[in-house]
Design a protein around this ligand. Structure first.
Ligand code: NAD
Ligand code: G6P
Ligand code: MN
Length: 441
């Protein structure tokens, strides 16, 4: 165990970086840093967030050297952890990912359906480059990756780096949901011990145990059925997220076995969602007008007044705490339980062993040790196998430059289904993603 650690945040200009910095300051005793590096390939995004970081750390974590850089050699040399959160193509491309499918009557979403497919084909190239750049400079660093679509990124990185066991793909939505369930019954999220299974943005909670091993799932379900469902951090959420959480009740009414991840609504109610999502003002517009503006203007303000003391920077504690807590579990070999994305290898015994599944794992110095789920029943098996076939074909389309596989992937996706629709959307996405995607032949 070292005394002090070096962490690089890749995508240092991300809207989530200030929250992450705050979390690193709050946990400075548990996770002492020698250097914190913010790396981004866009100097204009990096400058305000980097300026904020320097001031925040000067005030709250002064022993740490903060380095703000666009130089890979400075960023990746001898680091212990890489916290990765990039967005290839930025919000402008996200807007197209969402608007193109919607124009053709299909769900338009950042990570699900055709939008997630388009974003996936963009993310893979950059993520492979990042892993190679890190590995040539920091052989043993842990790469903790939030970059979306995490499902596609996880399958692609497993394909490209099959023996690299220090890449861990993660998502904060299970913990966001856990916080919201806990709030419903007046508890703290760390009082709930969940059992979760599925693919990323495509999973279910089976149990929510309390400290006495009593399953609180029936009580929580009943609360949702009676009173609806809201995010725990409702006050900081935009309207579209409130709507998204509310639909958990609709899913539960129709499919009462388990508590679904919010993202399942795009697959279970694809026609309804495609009709009701705003075609002209999507989540990308909401983020550009909301979170992005708030974060960057707050950082510029902090730089102007040279103090972050009264700053209430936009943050999602579940998001920033999860990645910092994972690093701590690895450093201290705590074997604490997290819900993370890992190779299936029999965890869910009756689906493909090479799927990248999202399940509980005990995380220690050797990484995640997933807990067994066993057999799942026909409805869940059918849904997951279809979705995994979509993920696999998307990644194969990327590596083989295959138009045929891309079309198969989109046709298999439950948000599209129809082959004519799949082709129309694919052909338009190809034109808009010119320069970002491999050439599909
Ligand atoms: P953002 O656009 O504000 O931030 C991304 C940053 O990455 C930008 O500053 C951009 O310049 C930079 N970037 C792009 N390509 C890069 C590259 N190749 N190398 C270095 N930097 C690069 O987006 P955001 O909304 O803050 O989200 C960041 C990422 O985190 C997205 O992929 C988002 O989907 C993801 N995310 C995932 C989860 C999860 O549950 N897995 C949760 C939150 C956010
Ligand atoms: C959830 C998901 C993430 C997603 C994030 C932000 O936490 O798990 O994968 O990136 O929401 O989404 P937004 O639409 O606010 O950018
Ligand atoms: Mn996620």
């Amino acid at each position: 165990m070292k005394n002090r650690y070096r962490i690089v945040i890749v995508g240092g200009g991300s809207t989530w970086t200030p929250g992450l910095l705050k979390s690193l300051c709050l946990k400075k005793e548990e996770l002492p840093l020698s250097e914190l590096i913010l790396f981004d390939n866009d100097p204009e995004r990096l400058a305000p967030i980097g300026g904020f970081a320097e001031i925040l750390f000067r005030e709250e974590n002064e022993d740490v050297k903060v380095i703000v850089t666009t130089d890979k050699d400075i960023a990746y040399r001898n680091v212990d952890f890489v916290f990765c959160q990039i967005r290839t193509g930025g919000f402008k491309m996200r807007e197209l990912d969402e608007k193109i499918p919607l124009k053709h009557g299909a769900v338009g979403q950042e990570t699900c359906g055709a939008g997630g497919f388009a974003y996936g084909l963009r993310s893979i190239t950059d993520m492979i480059e990042i892993v190679n750049d890190v590995r040539s400079r920091s052989r043993d660093a842990w790469i903790l990756n939030y970059t979306n679509p995490a499902a596609i990124v996880a399958v692609a990185l497993k394909h490209q780096f099959p023996n690299d066991d220090r890449i861990l793909n993660i998502c904060d939505q299970p913990i966001n949901l856990l916080k919201s369930y806990a709030k419903l019954i007046g508890k703290n999220h760390d009082e709930l011990d969940p059992v979760y299974f599925g693919l990323n943005h495509f999973g279910w909670f089976i149990h929510l145990y309390d400290r006495n091993k009593k399953d609180l799932m029936p009580e929580i379900k009943q609360k949702i059925l009676n009173n609806g469902f809201e995010p725990a951090d409702k006050a900081e959420r935009d309207p579209s997220w409130i709507d998204t959480y509310a639909m958990v009740k609709d899913m539960l009414e129709k499919y009462p076995d388990y508590l679904p991840n919010t993202y399942l609504q795009y697959y279970l109610f694809p026609e309804y969602k495609a009709r009701h999502l705003n075609k002209d003002y999507t989540r990308a517009n909401e983020v550009m007008d909301g979170r992005e503006k708030r974060v960057f203007s707050e950082c510029r303000h902090v730089i102007k007044v040279q103090t972050a003391k009264s700053s209430s920077i936009a943050k999602n504690e579940a998001h920033s705490d999860m990645i910092v807590d994972l690093a701590l579990a690895i450093i201290n070999n705590t074997n604490e339980s997290f819900i993370v994305i890992v190779p299936n290898d029999g965890i869910i015994s009756n689906i493909n062993s090479d799927a990248m599944v999202e399940v509980n794992a005990l995380v220690g110095s050797n990484g995640p040790k997933p807990t067994c789920i066993g057999e799942i029943s026909s409805f869940y098996k059918g849904l997951i196998e279809q979705q995994y076939a979509y993920e696999k074909l998307t990644v194969e389309a990327y590596f083989e430059n295959s138009y045929a596989k891309a079309l198969q992937a989109l046709t298999l996706n439950r948000t599209i289904v129809d082959g004519f629709k799949a082709k129309t959307i694919l052909d338009e996405l190809i034109i808009c993603n010119n320069g970002y995607w491999p050439k599909l032949k």
